[in-house]
Design a binder for this molecule. Structure first.
Ligand code: UDP
Length: 478
């Protein structure tokens, strides 16, 4: 059929690789598996090299057009220490001022899919009668927490972190106060206000898609569907359509993959902290020592340490690839002493290719949701090292409910996890019987993910049902 006969939808992502990656995967899935023409609206920022490569990759399927929304200058509205959600919300708010004319110029797409932090789009779409779906890119338990937050906000006077008991999210596992996400730890600041603003608008969605699958988080899915609390909000229909993860374009001359080819099966610990994760200098030193003491193989994605913020690199990842010299900040002689067992690469690795390599035996991760899904999809057990956003909630779930991860003592917490503790968990996951059990469970999740995504599987069917219900279907050509 001609491109014009295809149904046409738009997908809009807020800035940051952690959002762009899953929204782009949703877009690809709509194009490839469901024959839809997608305009991917990209809010331009001081984009990283990795982001530009991703959105302008020659491997994007035909029928997926990237439409750049011009960059805006928000320098007068933010400062260097404006936290993530406030910064990206301000960016989105300013960037979306021309949204109405963009959607009209695109010929009014049949639907718009947005992430959690683009909710300003609801008003414009309502005006244009375009159904709008939120693709909630974190976990389902996180969505349940978000749906409960406006109630919690009304009912609780104090800071949530000062509550004497864990937060009882209806029908779900209680959330310990120390696991609460950064955005709700101080109710007086703009970060919280922006977060609550977006979350409170979630019920305006015509449906909420989730990057998870039913069998991975059965309790939370069941709760959102059946618990009276969510019914009375009312909660829009919820569709777990994941795990949608990116697939790296295989690079023939990739240093990491060539190195992994030479290592034994399941022997390497992959260490990467997402697109934004950064450690303090003291913590990076302990981590390096812990790796060295463990005498296990490792592949470390190194970032220049900073004491400023655990998400310091979120907005400019990849930028400093040429000036990032790990020798300058790893312990003296570390690279030399570990050269037989370790590989250190600056800033960014092809994470999915690494996780799918048979030599990769475990993943030390900040537990960002994409990283979590990528690890599960490839059956790799984890060392949970949550840093920011909702990662502490993810880590607890992976350790306590799914049983695929170990968390070093001292995380989450203040101060530094020492080298002996790091040595212990690295050995445990790569050498110990506990590691084998976690690997087995991770492989079960891998199988379960495959089943959900295949034709007839829960995730595939649910995405099809969104498309059918909203008649985002091919026009019958005569
Ligand atoms: N990523 C990557 N190479 C790296 C670090 C990260 O390819 O060296 C990718 C990773 O595969 C994932 C995304 O960046 O798809 C990070 O998303 P996540 O939700 O895990 O964390 P965030 O960056 O949002 O904190």
């Amino acid at each position: 059929a001609a491109e014009t006969n295809k149904p046409h939808v738009a997908v809009l992502s807020s800035p940051g690789m952690g959002h762009i990656i899953p929204l782009l995967e949703l877009a690809k899935c709509l194009v490839i598996d469901h024959g839809i023409h997608v305009s991917f609206l990209n809010i331009t920022t001081e984009a990283s090299t990795a982001q530009i490569q991703l959105l302008h990759s020659p491997t994007l399927p035909l029928g997926l057009d990237v439409v750049d929304i011009p960059a805006v200058d928000i320098s007068a509205l933010v400062s260097d220490d404006t936290p993530i959600v406030a910064r990206l919300s301000i960016n989105v708010e300013e960037s979306l001022k021309p949204l109405k004319s963009i959607l009209i110029a695109l010929g009014k797409p049949q639907a718009l899919f947005i992430d959690l932090f683009c909710t300003q789009a609801f008003d414009v779409c309502k005006e244009l009668s375009i159904p709008t779906f939120t693709f909630s890119t974190p976990s389902t338990s996180f969505l349940a927490f978000c749906l409960y937050l406006p109630t919690l906000d009304r009912e609780v006077e104090c800071e949530f972190i000062d509550l004497p008991e864990p937060v009882q999210v209806p029908g779900c596992s209680p959330v310990r106060t120390e696991d609460l996400l950064d955005q709700v730890r101080n109710r007086k600041i703009d970060e919280y206000k922006w977060f609550l603003f977006h979350i409170s608008r979630l019920p305006m969605s015509d449906g909420i898609l989730l990057n998870s699958w039913e069998d991975f988080e059965p309790t939370s899915h069941e709760a959102i569907r059946k618990h009276p609390f969510y019914k009375q909000i009312p909660t829009p229909p919820v569709f777990p359509v994941g795990p949608l993860i990116k697939h790296d374009k295989p690079e023939l001359d990739n240093e990491c993959l060539a190195w992994l080819d030479k290592q034994p099966l399941n022997s390497v610990l992959f260490v990467a902290l997402g697109s934004g994760g950064t450690l303090s200098a003291a913590q990076l030193t302990e981590l390096a020592w812990g790796l060295e003491l463990s005498q296990q193989r490792f592949l470390l994605v190194a970032r220049k340490p900073t004491d400023a913020s655990a998400s310091a690199t979120f907005f400019n990842v990849g930028e400093d690839i040429n000036v990032n010299d790990p020798k300058a900040y790893l312990p003296d002689g570390f690279l030399k002493r570990t050269k037989e067992v370790g590989l250190v690469v600056p800033t960014w690795a092809q994470q999915v290719s690494v996780l799918q390599h048979p030599s990769t035996g475990a993943f030390l991760s900040h537990c960002g949701w994409n990283s979590t899904l990528e690890s599960m999809t490839h059956g790799v057990p984890m060392i949970a090292w949550p840093l920011y956003a909702e990662q502490r909630m993810n880590a607890t779930m992976l350790v306590e409910e799914v049983g695929v991860a170990v968390k070093p003592v001292g995380i989450p917490g203040k101060g530094v996890v020492d080298r002996e503790e790091i040595e212990r968990v690295v050995r445990l996951v790569l050498e110990g019987e506990e590691g084998n059990v976690m690997r087995r469970k991770a492989r079960e999740q891998k199988m379960s993910a495959v089943k959900a995504l295949e034709f007839g599987g829960s995730s595939h069917e649910l995405l099809s049902s969104v498309i059918k219900e909203w008649k985002i279907e091919k026009e019958i050509s005569v």
